[in-house]
Design a protein around this ligand. Structure first.
Ligand code: GLV
Ligand code: MN
Ligand code: MN
Length: 413
């Protein structure tokens, strides 16, 4: 068979995705596989077994990133790398991240059953802790691998119950021996669901993002004065939760005030002591600001930060602000993006050049080697929720584009 007619096996990809989705399955049809949890451990075990069945050389590094290497004819040449992540959001979907890892696995199975040897080796990867829910920030495995984040800083990050990242990595048995440090890679591909409404709206099957927006994360801590909710007069209260409420609305109004391309979200809050009849004395909440224009995102933050300080002063609630994370917008390699669009066109799939509003390991990988992504539509534009869904034929289409992009790249001199 000519290379151009080669296709992945859509049914096998579906059954692989379904098998993986059983680990941490939630009643609402999604999955909950939080980073370094028992479910993450089980998913990793299944993944490693699948890699071994393909006789790949499996390497686990000191961040728990899992790599599977398939030799090429010229093993001295840097490999083509492709993958994503197996961890999920709380009550998340069964496609986010998982599709990119299982899609790459399906590409490797297709190459094997067709006895195809490529010039360059190919590496499949599952990056540790992409979601940033249990241990903030996000993209920790790829962040350390590319040198953007410090390994020991990540090891000392704690979850909401105070458990350290490194201890949890050890507990699930995935602190590997290999150093977590970048090595030469020809190019990196990440196949992912869009997680937004654009492909569906434009009736396109494949998205070829030109890059990923800048991501800005902040943690806000407010102090108030706890007291009895009944006898304490309204005047003179220091209510940390009411201060937070005012601030949260300022974040929500920010894109309107700023104009241009910007989104801003408060998604997480902890209120203490969280009793209906005590005035709250400690609140923590998060801020997530994203834009393709980094300066615009930073200006937005400067504006809302001043609002926060004014509200805190007026309400007598001392504020502590942590600038937790910033990843500048990441324009992908134009040649690789063009290759994705060419592969889609050759396969007869409609394709849209777009922007990724979601963060991905590709954002960090783009700092290390030429990088591009492949998107497929999310039904109803829903993601990070149990009802996250993508049509099986679209999953198959995206994996075919990945197959051809990887084949072309792995045969480059
Ligand atoms: C990654 O999941 C993100 O927050 O975009
Ligand atoms: Mn993802
Ligand atoms: Mn996600």
């Amino acid at each position: 068979m000519a290379f151009k007619d080669l296709k992945i096996n859509g049914r096998r990809l579906q059954s692989t995705l379904e098998e993986m989705a059983r680990i941490g399955a939630t009643p609402g049809g999604g999955v909950q596989r939080l980073t370094l949890s028992a479910e993450d451990q089980e998913a990793r075990g299944l993944f490693v077994n699948w890699l071994k069945a393909l006789k790949l050389e499996v390497t686990i590094d000191e961040m728990g990133n899992i790599f599977g290497s398939r030799p090429g004819k010229l093993n001295g040449l840097p490999p083509v790398m492709s993958g994503s992540h197996l961890d999920s959001q709380p009550k998340g979907g069964k496609f986010d991240g998982i599709l990119g890892v299982m899609g790459t696995l399906e590409v490797l199975r297709t190459l094997d059953e067709n006895n195809i040897a490529t010039q360059r080796p190919i590496t499949i990867v599952d990056w540790t802790s992409e979601e940033g829910f249990r241990f903030a920030p996000a993209m920790l495995g790829s962040g350390v691998w590319t040198g953007a984040l410090d390994r020991d800083w990540v090891y000392n990050r704690t979850d909401i119950r105070g458990r350290r990242f490194e201890n949890e990595l050890n507990r699930i048995g995935y602190k590997g021996a290999a150093p977590c440090k970048k090595w030469p890679v020809r190019c990196y591909y990440e196949y992912h669901i869009e997680q937004g409404p654009i492909l569906e709206k434009e009736a396109k099957i494949i998205g070829a993002p030109k890059g990923i927006v800048g991501l800005y994360w902040y943690d806000i801590y407010l102090k108030g004065e706890a007291n009895q909710a009944g006898p304490t007069p309204m005047e003179g209260r220091h209510d940390a939760l009411s201060a937070a409420a005012e601030m949260i609305l300022k974040v929500n109004e920010l894109p309107n005030r700023m104009g241009g391309n910007l989104v801003a979200t408060v998604g997480e809050i902890q209120n203490h002591p969280n009793s209906r009849n005590i005035i709250p004395d400690n609140v923590h909440f998060t801020v997530d600001i994203r834009s393709w224009d980094d300066e615009h995102a930073i200006n937005a933050w400067d504006l809302v930060r001043k609002d926060f300080e004014n509200i805190a002063a007026r309400r007598g609630c001392p504020i502590k602000i942590e600038e937790t994370w910033r990843v500048e917008h990441s324009p992908f390699d134009e040649t690789r993006v063009q290759l994705i669009m060419d592969c889609a066109e050759n396969l007869g799939y409609s394709c849209l050049h777009m922007v990724s509003g979601a963060g991905h390991d590709a954002s960090y990988m783009n700092q290390a080697c030429p990088t591009a992504m492949i998107f497929v539509p999310s039904i109803g534009g829903r993601s990070h929720v149990e009802v996250e869904n993508t049509r099986w034929e679209d999953c198959e289409a995206g994996a075919n584009v990945l197959l051809h992009a990887m084949l072309r790249s792995a045969n480059e001199e």
